[in-house]
Design a binder for this molecule. Structure first.
Ligand code: CP
Length: 326
């Protein structure tokens, strides 16, 4: 797969990334910020009891090959709030690529639903669905990226801090899919990104390469520390995630031993600025990567971010789907 100007070349077909949310890196800074604006407006409309019914009568498929609480619930609730219907597709029954080719599944689903939300292992699966279907494909997490989480974080951070520009997010833990999408977000919108991880758990070179231009353009920094106390010194927010991601449970005990010094706890927070807040993409493993004391403390914004999953994902649909003709 080669990124060429505004299009992907995947197989022999051009994919227009603006029709999908496959990776946040495919979206411009303007589009990301506009999406956050829409999310804020949709949140306000719900709080005022005046929700838009933009997608009245439209149906969105939900194909989840990994477990979920937040993403699957907030997509369904959000689609309902916008007047549409969500259909949960059963991966076992469908047997994507086994019972039936990805090409045929994509072509059939495109005749029935108006968009497809996908949580899977391989990023390539989403690209293949986008290549063969004619409907927007939305990444609800892959092994490589979690763009909806990053947009929800941006909304939460703007609500709390008033600006993204020049602020510093310090991701404490494994250089994983959430870290990758946060790095992309930071590079696009003018934030600094710090990763604190044990040696050997850094992010893929491809992510560092594809975000380098954005950090350079904004004059912001991408940094990696192996000492978490150094990493948090100038942070505006610490970001936590599980040390072992879904589907990567092999060698879990050995991995946890490496990560023990990277626990987000009161002692680590004492090295951060007094205004520094904390968030976590959830689910949190209390007592592992984050303590009860921090999760239940008044610097924790994880639940605000979780609330925004609802509105940020509606905003993603808003950007990708045509409104229902009335
Ligand atoms: N953060 C997140 O994606 O949560 P779920 O895995 O519960 O969807």
């Amino acid at each position: 797969m080669v990124l060429r100007e505004a299009f992907f070349v995947f197989g022999d077909k051009m994919i227009d990334p603006k029709r999908h949310l496959l990776r946040l890196n495919d979206w411009s800074e303007e589009r990301i910020l506009e999406t956050v604006d829409i999310a804020m407006r949709l949140k306000k409309e719900i709080h005022e009891g005046k929700p838009s019914t933009r997608f009245h009568g439209q149906t969105i498929g939900m194909f989840f090959e990994k477990p979920s609480l937040r993403t699957i619930t907030t997509f369904q609730v959000g689609i309902h709030q916008l007047g549409g219907a969500a259909v949960i597709l059963d991966p076992t029954s469908i047997g994507l690529g086994k019972r039936e080719s990805i090409k045929d599944v994509a072509r059939c689903l495109s005749r029935w639903v108006n968009a497809l939300v996908v949580r899977s292992f391989k990023q390539e699966l989403l690209e293949q669905l986008a290549e063969h279907g004619s409907i927007p494909i939305i990444n609800a997490l892959t092994d490589d990226y979690h763009p909806c989480q990053a947009i929800s974080f941006a909304q939460m951070f703007l609500e709390q801090f008033g600006t993204l520009r020049g602020k510093t997010v310090a991701f404490i833990g494994d250089g994983n899919n959430v870290a990758n999408s946060l790095t992309t977000l930071a590079s696009k919108v003018g934030m600094n990104f710090t990763l604190a991880c044990p040696k050997g758990f850094e992010q893929p070179k491809a992510v560092i390469d594809e975000t380098a231009e954005g950090f350079k353009r904004h004059g912001t920094k991408y940094r990696v520390f192996n000492d978490p106390k150094e990493a948090v010194k100038d942070a505006d927010i610490l970001y936590g995630d599980v040390w072992v991601s879904m589907g990567q449970e092999g060698g879990k005990d050995a991995k946890q031993a490496y990560f023990l010094p990277f626990q987000i706890n009161d002692e680590l927070l004492s090295y951060a600025p007094a205004h520094c807040m904390v968030t976590h993409c959830l689910p949190a493993h209390r007592g592992e990567e984050i303590t009860d004391s921090v999760m239940d403390g008044n610097r924790n914004l994880s639940y605000e971010e979780a609330e925004n999953r609802l509105h940020a994902q509606k905003a993603v649909l808003w950007q990708l789907m045509s409104p229902t003709d009335k």
